[in-house]
Design a protein around this ligand. Structure first.
Ligand code: HMG
Ligand code: MG
Length: 302
């Protein structure tokens, strides 16, 4: 069942940066997106059109998407919570893909988007309809598929139900978010097995944060079930502002190294993505978290 090719979605410019307290300069955001696309990432999540009061770091997403140089072979999805967000995105620049985001946990839904799961689907309905009518690809996230920072355990079937509701709205792809990175491989397998009873594996992506150091192991487990789209963040940047203590996504460099080591193609140039990571880390004033990036750097300074 292991796929021969994996599509990597780099969510670094959105998930990676949204939690940064200090404002990241617009030029650095644009450069990061362009560097990732140049490194061969087929999908680069470019920003989000949420309330700037809730996530100040993403307040300049309209400028970001208006100013990036786009490669024809790359998609640049943006996160959209409601019609106001979609209208702002459409006014800013061409939109090829949007991502709506729901949760498998009621409390997380309330804390993250200020409404219940049912209410969130009432908001997403018209968003999905308008996006699809304009030929915009629709992606859906399910947060907290392996646990919730407020409720703890989340039943695999709750993740499956929300994934099915996103599919019914017309999502071409559903990304399963281990928002706080609490999952372990057998739990990840149980969750994906529950979801694939309702949504075919070809429509699923794995979006695993690495707070507990389990993300690569969890990815290996779900690759074996046939998942062939992986979300990762360059240099392991990020976290969700409404998931206290959550670290970044699994690092893109580590995912690329693992996949290429297993003979799985990604189309991503590891050296270039590591260089993109070093550049944004210089701006942020920290070292890349990716172990692969660190190993590459140690090798080059020998
Ligand atoms: P609300 O306060 O309930 O919304 O927020 P509202 O409709 O009552 O509006 C209140 C104010 O927000 C109004 O402004 C609206 O105009 C404005 P005011 O009159 O007070 O000046 N507003 C907006 N402004 C700009 N863009 C918009 C927008 N909508 C309303 N789209 C809302 C509801 C969803 C907007 C809010 O809760 C929000 O923005 N939440 C952000 C959540 C977020 O971005 N979280 C991080 C991303 S999710 C994540 O990281 C998880 C993921 O990675 C997967 C995983 O790891 O699991 C995807
Ligand atoms: Mg996330």
């Amino acid at each position: 069942m292991m796929p021969k090719m994996v599509r990597i979605v780099d969510v670094g410019p959105r998930d990676g940066l949204q939690n940064e307290a200090a404002l990241v300069p617009l030029s650095a955001k644009i450069k990061l997106i362009e560097n990732l696309a140049d490194a061969g990432l087929p999908v680069v999540e470019a920003g989000s059109f949420v309330s700037p009061k809730w996530v100040p770091q993403m307040a300049d997403s309209a400028e970001v998407v208006a100013k990036i140089k786009r490669r024809p072979s790359t998609r640049y999805p943006v996160l959209i919570p409601n019609m106001k967000g979609l209208e702002a995105a459409l006014a800013a620049a061409p939109v090829d893909e949007i991502a709506i985001f729901a949760a498998a946990s009621e409390t997380f839904s309330q804390r993250n988007i200020n409404c219940s799961i049912d209410e969130s689907f009432e908001r997403f309905g018209p968003v999905a309809k308008m996006a699809l009518s304009r030929g915009i690809r629709l992606r859906g996230y399910v947060s907290c598929v392996l646990g919730c920072p407020y409720e703890g355990h989340v039943a695999p079937n709750s993740a499956a139900q929300v994934a099915l509701r996103l599919l019914d709205l017309g999502c071409a792809e559903i990304s399963l978010g281990d928002t706080t990175g609490v999952g372990t491989p057998l739990k990840a397998i149980d969750m994906v097995n529950a979801v694939t009873k309702k949504v075919s594996v070809g429509k699923l992506a794995a979006h695993f944060h690495d707070t507990w150091g389990q993300a690569l192991a969890n990815l290996y487990a779900v690759l074996n079930l046939g998942i062939s789209v992986i979300d990762s963040s360059v240099s392991g940047l990020g976290g969700c502002p409404y998931a206290p203590g959550a670290a970044g996504n699994v690092a893109t460099e580590d995912v690329v190294y693992m996949l290429h080591g297993m003979g799985i193609e990604t189309g991503v140039d590891l050296a270039k993505v590591a260089a993109a990571g070093r550049e944004i880390c210089l701006v942020l004033g920290r070292k890349p978290l990716s172990r692969t990036a660190q190993a590459l750097q140690a090798q080059s300074s020998k």
